[in-house]
Design a protein around this ligand. Structure first.
Ligand SMILES: NC(=O)c1ccc[n+]([C@@H]2O[C@H](COP(=O)([O-])OP(=O)(O)OC[C@H]3O[C@@H](n4cnc5c(N)ncnc54)[C@H](OP(=O)(O)O)[C@@H]3O)[C@@H](O)[C@H]2O)c1
Length: 269
């Protein structure tokens, strides 16, 4: 369950409540989303209501670019733990290969290495169960090649999929996770009007969002759809019960137009 841009506690409460009821067990947040504290309060209330324990759910959060570097990373992760009201975070990702410095500044590399080292230490301390990266390119991943357990999360939908990055992750035993599978609010309409997608939704007798989510999910790529609408929470869960043929996945792969809706890490040195 994605939570970017959902700050209103009442809405978060509604969708997380419906999600837990339906079977969602993974919540994605980030320091920059400004909703970790609300999610902490909501889970504190809702988990017992749904007869669930902390260990029944998976929380991913992300280190903000502004908190890159040894001291800021540690302090901000300690703050995330407090806000989320947890003893540990299941997965902490470096949100972005850059920092608050300009993309071309070579100090970005030093700062992300410092962050990575601190995250490794906090993993040994038991405060982070696993660590990973998000929005990294192959060049950034190559720097971390000797370190295992790297989990990139990148934009992935029929109009934007980095097949070389997916292959690199598969070859290096790195779990790959997709975000903005529905095209985010800014590109959702355009993606949903793609004739091939509409035809596939008709063919499988499901909604267009289920096909868009299935594009990643049916290739073994995990997903995190975001919605403010409890009915959409239920609709999107349908993807877990469907499969899409390899042939139809190929039809969607062929739609690639290199349209990225979110931030683009290719310029970060
Ligand atoms: N690591 C990163 O840098 C990064 C970057 C981007 C995103 N993410 C994560 O990935 C999550 C998902 O990506 P995203 O937020 O860009 O957007 P998304 O999940 O691709 O799309 C969200 C949009 O789809 C609509 N929607 C959802 N289900 C629907 C349904 N069944 N029918 C119709 N409309 C539906 C939502 O509107 P309604 O509210 O009306 O349903 C919302 O406008 C984020 O929330 C965040 O947690 C991570």
């Amino acid at each position: 369950m994605g939570t970017w841009q959902i700050r209103k506690e009442e809405i978060l409460h509604k969708v997380i409540d419906e999600g837990l009821r339906k079977g969602y067990r993974f919540i994605d947040t980030a320091q920059v989303y400004g909703n970790e504290a609300a999610i902490g309060r909501i889970l504190g209330y809702l988990l017992p209501q749904h007869n669930l324990k902390r260990e029944d759910i998976w929380i991913t959060s992300k280190l903000a670019p502004a908190n890159a570097g040894a001291a800021a990373a540690r302090k901000s992760i300690e703050d995330s733990l407090k806000h989320l009201q947890v003893d540990y975070i299941d997965l902490l990702l470096i949100h972005w290969p850059g920092s608050s410095l300009k993309s071309e500044n070579p100090k970005n590399k030093i700062l992300r290495e410092e962050s990575w080292k601190i995250m490794g230490e906090m993993m040994k301390e038991g405060k982070l169960k696993s660590i990973g990266v998000s929005n990294f390119e192959i060049s950034h991943l190559e720097e971390l090649k000797k370190v295992s357990n790297v989990v990139p999360a990148v934009e992935y939908h029929p109009h934007f999929h980095q097949d070389d990055l997916v292959k690199y992750c598969n070859d290096n035993n790195i779990h790959f996770q997709a975000y903005s599978s529905l095209g985010s609010p800014t590109y959702r309409e355009k993606l949903s009007k793609e004739p091939v997608i509409i035809k596939l939704a008709e063919k499988y007798g499901v909604s267009v969002p289920v096909i868009l989510l299935g594009f990643a999910y049916c290739q073994g790529i995990s997903i995190l759809p975001r919605t403010t609408n409890p009915e959409h929470v239920v609709c999107n869960y349908e993807v877990t019960k469907r499969s899409i043929s390899e042939n139809d996945i190929s039809l969607m792969l062929a739609l690639k137009v290199e349209h990225k809706t979110c931030w683009d890490p290719r310029l970060v040195v």
